[in-house]
Design a protein around this ligand. Sequence first.
Ligand code: GLN
Length: 448
Amino acid sequence: LVKSSYERIREVDGDVKAFLTLNEEDALDKARELDKLEDKSAALFGMPAGIKDNIVTKGIRTTCASQFLDNFMDPLYDATVMNKLNDAQIVNVGKLNMDEFAMGSSNENSSYEATRNPWNTDYVPGGSSGGSAASVAAGEVLFSLGSDTGGSIRQPASYCGIVGMKPTYGRVSRFGLVAFASSLDQIGPLTRNVEDNARVLEVIAGHDVMDSTSADVEVPNFTEALTGDVKGLKIAVPKEYLAEGVSPEVKDRIHKALEVYESLGATWEEVSLPHSKYALSAYYLIASSEASANLARFDGVRYGVRSENADNMIDMFKKSRSEGFGDEVKRRIMLGTFALSSGYYDAYYKKAQKVRTLIKQDFDEIFASYDVVVGPTAPTPAFRVGEKTEDPMTMYANDILTIPVNLAGVPGISIPCGFGENGLPVGLQIIGQHFDEETVYRAAHAFE
Ligand code: GLN
């Protein structure tokens, strides 16, 4: 299995460019070791997997697709999710391409090469977990891990026609995930079907003493929730998710999906999430503010690249950061630093936090009467490489349907629901209540 993974990578990755680092020798050794074991009952025994390159892996370089960490050769520890996957006896095939520090929606912000959509390499795979989605869609690995701060698991899953789950905030430990926006980041699985996804989440979820924001709640057996039965399921469809800006072909696929749910005995009604229109602005203030603080650690001293031609210490900080970070990362650091500065803090950051509370309340109200919220994952299918790189605002607008879910902290999945006019996949997003991944998986599985 592991060999065939590398064969497939050699066949297609020259075009898809999903991987930044391959772990071939160690992976084959590990596979041989596993072959010799008598007990092959581990939950993910021998499964070849790819890992987003912002999750630290002992002994394998972790770059976050940034020149700043190009030489971060040997992280000294494994992320908690890696320890759990290793206990379940997976084989780590390699590290996956992404937008630099997970900032982006197309993978074009990777400081290496941009990953391409395996369905058509003229198109983007989505981002920031573009490598994670493309590697699964191209058949290079059986599953991958991504991270989702504002849509980075669900949107690439949608663009690549696979299943991607952002769990409830706190469901999965973030220990060993290089932080982008700590109050929004979650790790989650990308897979070819819902059952695989549930199996991987079962392994990686759970409380961790190394992450104080991981929740001490029981991890259910998610695969048991896949009953196929959605009779009586109450679906809310926010009118804001099928409004202007969402392409007619996407709306059409969502309506067809709702018909499928009706035929399975579920019911749906139109509802309103009235504060959705402020989500994008609130997100870009909160995420950038947290990023500006989190990325302060990259100073050229502790790890990463240090500028060669600095005269003194301050000059060394400045030059290392100027040379190490790409344009998008610098844009976010500047925006975040501004929003947190005295005199602006109340007007921007504090206001954004208040809006965040309103968005969470919108969801709470809906979940008092409905089981899940359903809509598209993204306003359009994948766009062409280069189409949105000129204007950051059009790129940001792409995340309008995924961001509210992170702000509210609730779980959301993207599953395939047909194709757009450009022949590329469309994703259906199913959102659940806090810690109710079971209902999300059950609804997703029944549709699939
Ligand atoms: N595209 C969004 C951004 O650039 C979300 C990224 C993410 O979820 N990591 O911030």
